[in-house]
Design a protein around this ligand. Structure first.
Ligand SMILES: [Fe+2]
Ligand SMILES: [Fe+2]
Length: 146
């Protein structure tokens, strides 16, 4: 799949809250950038390999940090409006954060090699999560407004 194909956000993932929506677009693009970098052939020299390793580690770090920031934005909204699905939704966020952080630790401590697996997993997770949990939250918030 091309970078654009991987990064394209389906219309079904669009939500009405623009800040949340922009976060989703950004995270999907970061996952696409991570996949591209992970798959990039850079040659066998130790310098090129070290540069690629550093780039991948940086992208995984940013993906995790920006996801955590995004999750807390959603969680503040949920708490402010007493969202009944708050605990379950937060659990989903926490599980992803834990899994991605464990991956980051394995990567930076040399226990695993670079592959596109995390990017693929992240993209799937984002699509599934936005379509279900985030859509439910949107319906709840907009239901209250009308
Ligand atoms: Fe969410
Ligand atoms: Fe979200």
């Amino acid at each position: 799949m091309s970078f654009l194909g991987f990064a394209r956000k389906k219309p079904a993932l669009d939500l009405s809250y623009s800040v949340i929506n922009e976060d989703h677009t950004h995270l999907i693009q970061l996952a696409a950038e991570l996949r591209c970098t992970a798959l990039k052939g850079v040659g066998d020299t130790p310098t090129a390999q070290a540069e690629k390793q550093a780039q991948v580690e940086d992208l995984v770090y940013r993906l995790i940090a920006d996801s955590i920031e995004h999750f807390s934005r959603e969680e503040v909204l949920m708490q402010a409006y007493n969202y009944p699905g708050y605990r379950l939704h937060r659990q989903e966020h926490e599980q992803l954060s834990r899994k991605a952080t464990a991956y980051y630790n394995d990567l930076t401590e040399g226990r695993i090699a670079i592959t596109e697996d995390l990017a693929n997993f992240y993209r799937r997770w984002l699509h599934d999560h936005i379509r279900s949990h985030d859509k439910d939250l949107e319906r709840f918030l907009f239901g209250r407004r009308s």
